[in-house]
Design a binder for this molecule. Structure first.
Ligand code: ADP
Length: 272
């Protein structure tokens, strides 16, 4: 598969107004069939492992993958499938829950910045600084004028990261309300999944429309040329995984990390 064609897949064009409801969570038009898409995920995951090895050896740049999506949208599953073959040394996953007292005593990007990937590594954010304009906005966790300032602050912060050698990939996992209903019911029906069930998820589901509006504003204001958003159709898990794996692989291929040149003359060294 020609991976460069994935570079502009599902992009939110910077500056565009978007109709989130017009983006189909069941879209599978990029995949001829499910079987080859599943095979593609496996091949892409292996390629990502190899590219990450080169990124680490090169030691100059990093990749940040931001995953945002409502409860049950598949952030954990995406990480498992897309990065499951990547050696754990060079990949770090950071989940972001409600901020601690210490975190609240700083600006909202403080905890984010310290979790950003070091040169040579891949960082994955399971939720992110965008919660501060999503749950923050919907639940009024900060005054409206403070929330308003955050969009530009985020864009400036991400520019700093990009100019410092980090490529920023942002994925919104777009599931429908009906699919979320099925997945929440699935958690209730399966005792092994009860631990995942959280009353707070139902409270957030009751605010579905408010969250959709907050997502729309976030996508419109924070899809920039340096760090654009992508909206991934996520009602089908395999299509979600296949799309994100292909985009991550294409991005790493475009970065083209190289093993460093050395002056080592291996033939002159004899191991005794
Ligand atoms: P998950 O639901 O992703 O498996 P958790 O339940 O531990 O993980 O934490 C997620 C919760 O943390 C979500 O309800 C989310 O809205 C909340 N959260 C994350 N970041 C923030 C933030 N900056 N401010 C307030 N709440 C946040």
């Amino acid at each position: 598969m020609a991976h460069s064609s994935w570079l502009d897949a599902f992009l939110v064009e910077p500056g565009a107004t978007i109709d989130l409801e017009a983006l189909d969570p069941r879209d599978r038009s990029r995949f001829p069939d499910e079987e080859s898409a599943r095979a593609g995920i496996e091949a892409d995951a292996k390629a990502i492992d190899d590219l990450q090895d080169r990124l680490y050896a090169e030691g100059r740049r990093s990749l940040l993958v931001v995953l945002q999506g409502t409860d049950t949208s598949g952030k954990d599953g995406t990480i498992r499938h897309v990065f499951g073959a990547t050696g754990p040394l060079g990949v770090h996953v950071h989940p972001f829950g409600p901020p601690s007292r210490e975190e609240l005593a700083h600006d909202f990007l403080w905890r984010i910045h310290r979790a950003c990937p070091a040169r040579g590594t891949i960082g994955i954010f399971n939720r992110s600084h965008y919660e501060d304009v999503l749950v923050g906005r919907v639940r009024g966790l900060a005054p409206p004028e403070v929330i308003e300032q955050r969009y530009a602050q985020i864009n400036d912060f991400e520019r700093l990261l990009v100019e410092s050698g980090t490529v920023v990939l942002k994925f919104m996992l777009n599931i429908s309300k009906a699919e979320q209903g099925k997945r929440l019911q699935g958690r209730l029906d399966d005792p092994a999944k009860h631990w995942k069930f959280n009353e707070g998820d139902l409270a957030d589901r009751a605010l579905w429309d408010e969250y959709r509006e907050a997502y729309r504003i976030m996508l419109e204001r924070c899809s920039t040329a340096h760090a654009p958003w992508r909206v991934i159709p996520a009602d089908r898990k395999w299509a979600r995984n296949a799309a994100i794996a292909a985009i991550v692989r294409a991005t790493l291929e475009a970065m083209d990390p190289r093993y460093p040149e050395t002056t080592l003359d291996a033939s002159s060294i004899v191991i005794r």
